[in-house]
Design a protein around this ligand. Structure first.
Ligand code: PMP
Length: 361
């Protein structure tokens, strides 16, 4: 007799990460293209080398990551019992669905948005409800509110949105929250918030601390350059945080991740100029692509979106012949997402884009 794998998994794709191609520039995963800060490398080396008998990597990590939570709470101006860390914010996305939704429940989000939302939803047995974005590649807030039914348990709101880069305003999110019943958990995913230079940027933490049905998510994978060590965080009410703790995998955040995150958070002042470089490179890349006839929606993230629809795959393959790996989402609502890298990496991408002879809008 064969093992009975759950039927939902037979049609579910596994998460497909951006590819790494030896010898090519990777602009496919929205990472920060700078070397690791010395303070972070030193903290990791010290954690690995510790032989105090109680603090080495032969010991389990602090399951509650207390020192990291305390520092995050201080920097986010939140009480410590409103903050939870996780093994990347993608793990927290999964924990959030597990905490509030099960068989037959619905999870609402815009589409396109973060690829993991439909996956973490279906893993729990809940049903993803995909709400098409507006023609200008923004989340459709009226349609998101209208998609809520009695079965809705959670809504993901990603701003700036991955992969389109478009950002909501605080005013818009407040209006959305006012329109959504308060028994629906609204998750404001701000993985790219450090790159948002819009005039009324969303402050998810403030909303999470003032509304009981809101969670704010952040990550150290992007702006803090720590994608490889997997550290994310959630801010919400102590009740929601406590539920998230119950569905967490024990010790999911390694001791190396904890010390690296503390060092990176403390070195924020050294990182800010890197974020400014990304923002100015972003303007340069958008201007060059637009001048070349590409349709580029306004982006507040560390990437740009080329809505090439069915041509996305061919464009990505073309870039790869120029030794630049970008991320294609090839379908009718699809396109190509390109991370802002170093100036040289961006030049290589712009040269590839200039040589493309297919459609540009
Ligand atoms: N949310 C969004 C919108 C993302 O784009 C990503 C990473 N691609 C994540 C969450 C997860 O990031 P991590 O798990 O690395 O913290």
């Amino acid at each position: 007799m064969a093992v009975r794998i759950r039927t939902v998994l037979s049609t579910l794709p596994s998460y497909a990460p951006g590819r790494t191609v030896p010898g090519a520039i990777k602009l496919a995963s929205n990472e920060l293209s700078f070397p690791t800060l010395p303070a972070v490398s030193e903290a990791i080396a010290a954690a690995v080398g510790a032989d105090t008998g109680t603090a080495g990597i032969n010991r389990y990590p602090d399951n509650g990551a207390a020192s990291l939570v305390e520092l995050l709470a201080e920097q986010l101006d939140a009480p410590a019992d409103a903050v939870l860390t996780g093994n990347g914010s993608v793990a927290l996305c999964q924990q959030l669905v597990q905490a509030v939704a099960g068989d037959g429940d619905e999870v609402v989000f815009g589409w396109r948005s973060f690829e993991a939302y439909p996956i973490v939803t279906q893993i729990t047995g809940a049903r993803p409800v995909l709400v098409p974005n507006t023609a200008d590649h923004r989340l459709d807030l009226a349609a998101l509110a209208a998609a809520v039914t009695d079965a809705t348990r959670l809504m993901f709101v990603c701003t700036p949105n991955n992969p389109t880069g478009t950002a909501l305003t605080q005013t818009e999110v407040v209006e959305l929250l006012d329109a959504v019943p308060d028994d629906v958990l609204v998750v404001i995913d701000q993985a790219y918030r450090e790159f948002d230079r819009s005039t009324d940027p969303v402050d998810g933490v403030k909303l999470a601390l003032s509304r009981p049905n809101v969670v704010a998510l952040g990550t150290l994978s992007k702006a803090y350059g720590l994608a490889g060590v997997r550290v994310g965080y959630a801010v919400s009410t102590p009740e929601t945080i406590s539920a998230l703790r119950k569905v967490a995998i024990p010790f999911a955040l390694s001791s190396i991740g904890q010390v690296a995150a503390i060092a990176a958070l403390k070195a924020r002042d050294e990182l800010v100029p890197r974020w400014e470089q990304v923002v100015s490179e972003r303007s340069r890349v958008v201007a060059a692509l637009t001048a070349g006839g590409y349709e580029i929606p306004p982006t507040e993230a560390n990437f740009v979106w080329l809505p090439l629809r069915e041509d996305a795959k061919a464009f990505a393959e073309h870039c790869e012949t120029h030794k630049v790996v970008v991320r294609a989402f090839p379908d009718a609502a699809g396109g190509v997402r390109v991370t802002i890298g170093s100036p040289e990496e961006n030049d290589a991408f712009l040269a590839a884009a200039a040589a493309w002879t297919g459609r540009r809008s």
